[in-house]
Design a binder for this molecule. Structure first.
Ligand SMILES: NC(=O)c1ccc[n+]([C@@H]2O[C@H](COP(=O)([O-])OP(=O)(O)OC[C@H]3O[C@@H](n4cnc5c(N)ncnc54)[C@H](OP(=O)(O)O)[C@@H]3O)[C@@H](O)[C@H]2O)c1
Length: 272
């Protein structure tokens, strides 16, 4: 256990699978008490069981991040059980390709609701208390996709670009108020979200990603883009002419990798 963090409280949205689940376990191993939020209660209980089996402390609250009041109550319940929130990681997200004929507008709407408003609501649930205490840390799990407009991923890329801008603005706005703000932009990570994707260069496991993210959060890094080979690849891709980008993404456009069992508009997704 890392004594510097013993007893401190972290809340993670989207803690029922993938990166969120791994973050909960890595943080708990460092002594953080973890509050776990997502829609699937049984999956959250399983993660809480893993945390407790490793000697950690976990509190579970079921909430949809697109429900502002429900999320606020979930965070309040966790704070009541574990104590004031020192670290909020707004991690919950969906990643579903945007189709063309027809445009899956309901998917675009859901993506913006979860990936953008879900982050805003998670921050809103902890910010008043952090401002009053002049202490705290807020992180959003964005994506390198926020830097590159990828064909067939319009909604996802737009949502992550919005998160990047929101966090950058917030960071300056809370300057001098004792609150650290971090934007975390991973490359490809093997999780249920990417289980149907075939092209994932330099992919990391969720555990590897979580270990790197926690190290970056400890250093209160403002923007953390990783892993470096994917950062380099994405930077190069930004200079590609559009005709070449279209060729590079042809397979992605012809066979959009819809996540397994994904259901639009507020329906609980199975699996994962
Ligand atoms: N995997 C990658 O390659 C990658 C790369 C860059 C960034 N990211 C980002 O990392 C974050 C985590 O993704 P992941 O790869 O770990 O995906 P994942 O395994 O599918 O996990 C997504 C998590 O978000 C939760 N969630 C989704 N919609 C929600 C809602 N409306 N309310 C509450 N929770 C909701 C899910 O829980 P429930 O279904 O139980 O609600 C689940 O715990 C996302 O923001 C994603 O965009 C992922």
């Amino acid at each position: 256990m890392d004594n510097a963090f013993a007893g401190r409280v972290a809340v993670i949205t989207g803690a029922s699978s993938g990166i969120g689940r791994s973050l909960a376990i890595v943080l708990a191993r460092s002594g953080w008490r973890v509050g776990l939020i997502a829609r699937r209660g049984s999956a959250l209980e399983a993660v809480a069981g893993e945390v407790r089996a490793a000697g950690g402390v976990a509190s579970v609250a079921v909430a949809d991040v697109t429900d502002r009041e429900g999320l606020r109550l979930a965070v309040e319940g966790i704070a009541g059980e574990l104590g004031p929130v020192d670290l909020m990681i707004a991690n919950a997200g969906v990643g579903v390709p945007t189709t063309l004929e027809p445009v899956n507008v309901e998917v675009v709407e859901e993506t913006i609701r979860v990936n953008v408003l879900g982050v805003v609501y998670a921050i809103d649930a902890v910010l008043p208390s952090m401002l009053a205490r002049r202490s705290g840390q807020i992180a959003a799990i964005s994506s390198l996709a926020g830097y590159l407009a990828m064909p067939g991923e319009s909604a996802y890329c737009a949502s992550k670009a919005a998160v990047n801008a929101y966090m950058a603005s917030l960071r300056v706005q809370v300057r001098g108020r004792g609150i650290a703000v971090s934007t975390i932009c991973p490359g490809f990570i093997r999780t249920p979200m990417t289980s149907t994707m075939t092209f994932m260069p330099f992919a990391l496991s969720a555990d590897q990603a979580a270990a790197r993210i926690v190290r970056a959060l400890r250093r209160k890094v403002k923007v953390y883009n990783f892993p470096l080979p994917t950062v380099a690849l994405m930077s190069l891709a930004r200079w590609l002419p559009e005709w070449l980008l279209a060729i590079a993404f042809r397979d992605h456009l012809e066979n959009p990798p819809m996540p397994e069992g994904w259901e639009p508009a507020g329906q609980v997704r199975g699996g994962g």
